[in-house]
Ligand binder design. Structure first.
Ligand code: HEM
Length: 120
């Protein structure tokens, strides 16, 4: 049977590395770093993001965080910021030697979530 996206991302270990590297990249990204510098509990946001990507890619974990609209409401995130965050995630995938096929699949999922993140 075809592997799930969760398996192709390296399961919870791979996804945890990916979230760590992506959030490090957000803190180094001048377009979005202040968003994260002003987050009161980054470790919690990271834990929730690991759960989100595990649950959303076919892993056995449950997502216990806020829905995406509630999590991003009031931030008024722009299209440019959204693309900056997606670029950071794709760079983190390169760093973790994930191939083009899995990158394309993740890009498709992230893009489909855009309406729950920007300008809300
Ligand atoms: C498709 C893209 C995105 C996904 C899947 C995503 C997912 C998440 C998740 C799961 C959380 C944790 C929710 C919780 O705490 O219960 C979160 C929090 C957060 N996100 Fe996003 N996010 C995305 C894009 C963005 C963008 C573009 C920005 C800003 C440039 C952003 C900024 C934040 C911040 C600052 C928090 C922490 C909020 C807090 O704890 O106060 N996110 N995101």
């Amino acid at each position: 049977m075809a592997k799930t996206l969760y398996e192709r991302l390296g399961g919870i270990e791979g996804i945890t590395r990916l979230v760590d590297d992506a959030v490090d990249a957000h803190f180094a990204n001048p377009l979005i770093k202040t968003r994260f510098e002003n987050t009161p509990d980054v470790e919690r946001a990271k834990r929730m993001s690991v759960e989100f990507f595990c649950a959303g890619s076919g892993g056995p974990q449950a997502y216990t965080g806020k829905d995406l609209v509630t999590a991003h409401k009031g931030m008024n995130i722009s299209e440019q910021e959204f693309i900056a965050a997606v670029d950071d995630i794709l760079s983190a995938m390169d760093k973790n030697n994930l191939g083009d096929d899995v990158k394309k699949d993740v890009l498709g999922v992230l893009y489909s979530l855009k309406g729950q993140i920007i300008r809300i």
